[in-house]
Design a protein around this ligand. Structure first.
Ligand code: OXD
Ligand code: MN
Length: 589
């Protein structure tokens, strides 16, 4: 049975089947019947384990191969026609050379297996934001996860129609060999090829591969933006709701901010925070001259460790049904998932993420640090009612952030759009103990897009700057840093729900409701303008002053680091950004 008359799609499926020689070709039509059959098959083969039906209805546990537990930036390629187009921060290979390398890897790779054809949409089907894709895969885990993370099925084929275009994604698990692992993008052909991996970030091709790397190129060509940003809405006690989009590198609490629970005093007064998206935002000029955002995804692919009823109740509750858990601890007594930081009671009778008998008291972690939950956004208790709005939500503020022990203040506002683009381009974060390597090393990660920008980052900055000509009423741009530490290395700002206090200032500034003080790097809050009611014991006005202070010596070093980073891009760095850098150097003299 085929569900479409799109000749291009039928020809491509045929071509892939000839190359990979599967036993059957199964079109994913979105029917529950087919999903149920695949779930049963995955349980029978051991690919997934069905969890406790009462506590975790329709939830499954999955383990990826031991050598395959994270995105592999070293094996991710942008194969644009020229190396310059991919830029100095992406791996590049000539497209034809890469195809010649990949072809033998795919040859016969699905022999004896079923091949699944998944039509999916990034964005609300039929909306101005939507872009369609088709992923071919030999993994049931991918089929079931794509159904959580994107909108899948016949309605997407109908939206593509007989003549319509789509992004091609070809995934084969093959032997899961590390040497043969490739995650490859051909932006000029709207094609993604992934092989020898079964880990989410490498194989759920709608997410990073399509919605960021390919979509960033589409956005450049079509006048919109694909960004690694959460989207949230804040309703004030007067009942007005405003939205912001925010970019953070990993390990900066992005999912927690996306689903923030305001402090008790705020909740009592009627403040509410709504999640529109936790990872990706597509931003387009709207009919009223403002910038509008939609979350192109349909679910959350969240890091499990550290998620608990205190740190992020909304994420935890999102994953209580219809979810897939990957590389977590399996509590055999209850047949439930567990991870470090869920609670203080590691299960006594359990298997670790590798599927081995696990004894928590022996000191080794049970869940992989990058273990994940894949959960439908519809489960999220604070999901915005505008989440499925075809027009998206109007964005009042764009927020950049990173993890900086000293340099960056708690919050500052950029002086202009160009200055804001500069602030995004110099983003960086200090490494934590969660990742391998030295702790506290600064990694520059412009707009948190370093591993996700599908073309030359310097051209991407120019595209940001050019938005000023396309959108008359652009949002204001801010930078936040929740992670300043004192001399003992302790965090000064309480973070989590109390970040609401900073969001409030950001919205007030975005609407020009309050004044601010200009310093060497932008605008910072006036004394008294960050509400400290309820945390006065922890954060006195003097401490807040310290959190907002600019240390000229540190910023001189910062400017030097930025100059070195910019040098990688040669003369491609937009002039407006080098001008901003010069101004920063001047200010710090
Ligand atoms: C993610 C990431 O998984 O940014 O969202 O790495
Ligand atoms: Mn991300």
């Amino acid at each position: 049975m085929t569900l479409t008359n799109n000749k291009k799609l039928l020809a491509w499926v045929d071509e892939v089947a000839k190359l990979t020689t599967p036993k059957n070709i199964i079109w994913i039509d979105g029917s529950e019947e087919l999903y149920e059959k695949l779930r049963r098959e995955a349980v029978e083969s051991g690919e997934m384990i069905r969890l406790n039906e009462e506590k975790y209805p329709n939830c499954y546990l999955h383990r990826s191969a031991l050598n395959d537990v994270a995105r592999v930036e070293g094996r991710t390629f942008i194969c644009s026609p020229t190396k310059e187009e991919a830029g100095p921060t992406n791996n590049w290979m000539d497209p034809e050379e890469m195809k010649a390398l990949l072809r033998p890897l795919y040859e016969g790779s699905m022999a004896g297996k079923d091949m699944y054809v998944i039509p999916y949409s990034m964005g609300v089907v039929g909306s101005p934001f939507a872009k369609y894709g088709v992923e071919i895969t030999d993994s049931i885990y991918v089929v079931l996860s794509m159904n959580i993370m994107t909108r899948v099925g016949k309605e997407v084929l109908d939206a593509i129609g007989e003549e319509g275009d789509f992004v091609k994604g070809l995934h084969a698990k093959s032997e899961l060999s590390e040497e043969g692992r490739y995650i490859v993008h051909f932006p000029h052909e709207n094609t993604i090829m992934s092989i020898n991996s079964g880990y989410g970030g490498n194989v759920l091709l709608g997410k990073k591969c399509f919605a960021l790397r390919i979509a960033s190129c589409l956005g450049r060509d079509e006048g919109w933006m694909a960004e690694h940003m959460l989207i949230l809405g804040v309703t004030n006690p007067e009942g007005e709701t405003k939205y912001l989009a925010a970019a953070f590198p990993s390990a900066c609490g992005k999912t927690n901010l996306a689903m923030l629970v305001p402090p008790e005093g705020y909740r009592e007064k009627g403040w509410k925070v709504w999640c529109v998206g936790d990872d990706i935002a597509w931003l387009r000029p709207g009919p009223d001259g403002r910038l509008y955002a939609q979350n192109p995804e349909y679910g959350f692919f969240g890091v499990a460790p550290g998620t608990n009823m205190k740190s992020n109740p909304n994420a935890l509750l999102s994953s209580r049904k219809d979810s897939i858990f990957t590389n977590v601890v399996h509590d055999l007594e209850n047949n439930t998932p567990w991870w470090e930081g869920l609670d203080k009671n590691p299960p006594a009778n359990a298997l670790n993420w590798k599927g081995e008998k696990w004894d928590a008291s022996a000191g080794e972690k049970g869940a992989h640090p990058n273990s994940r939950f894949t959960a439908p956004a519809a489960n999220c208790p604070c999901l915005s009612d505008k989440y499925e709005d075809p027009q998206g939500v109007p964005i009042s503020a764009i927020v950049f952030g990173g993890r900086r022990a000293k340099t960056a203040p708690l919050v500052y506002q950029s002086r202009s759009w160009s200055h804001g683009v500069f602030v995004g381009s110099i983003m960086g974060s200090e490494t934590t103990a969660a990742a391998a390597g030295a702790v506290g090393v600064l990694r520059r990660d412009p707009m948190a897009m370093l591993p996700f920008c599908g073309y030359n980052m310097a051209d991407y900055w120019q595209h940001w700057l050019d938005m000023e000509d396309k959108v008359p009423n652009l949002p204001k741009i801010f930078n936040v840093n929740w992670f300043r530490t004192d001399d003992e290395g302790k965090f000064i700002w309480p973070g989590f729900g109390d970040n609401m206090r900073v969001l409030r200032w950001i919205f007030d500034r975005a609407e020009d409701k309050i004044d601010a003080r200009e310093n060497q790097i932008g605008y910072v809050p006036l004394p008294g303008d960050i509400d400290l009611e309820g945390i006065e014991d922890e954060v006195t006005p003097e401490i807040l002053e310290g959190l907002l202070a600019v240390d000229k010596e540190l910023w001189r070093q910062e400017a030097e680091g930025i100059r070195q980073f910019y040098a990688k891009f040669g003369d491609k760095v937009p002039e407006k950004l080098t001008e901003e850098l010069k101004r920063l150097e001047e200010e710090m003299k």
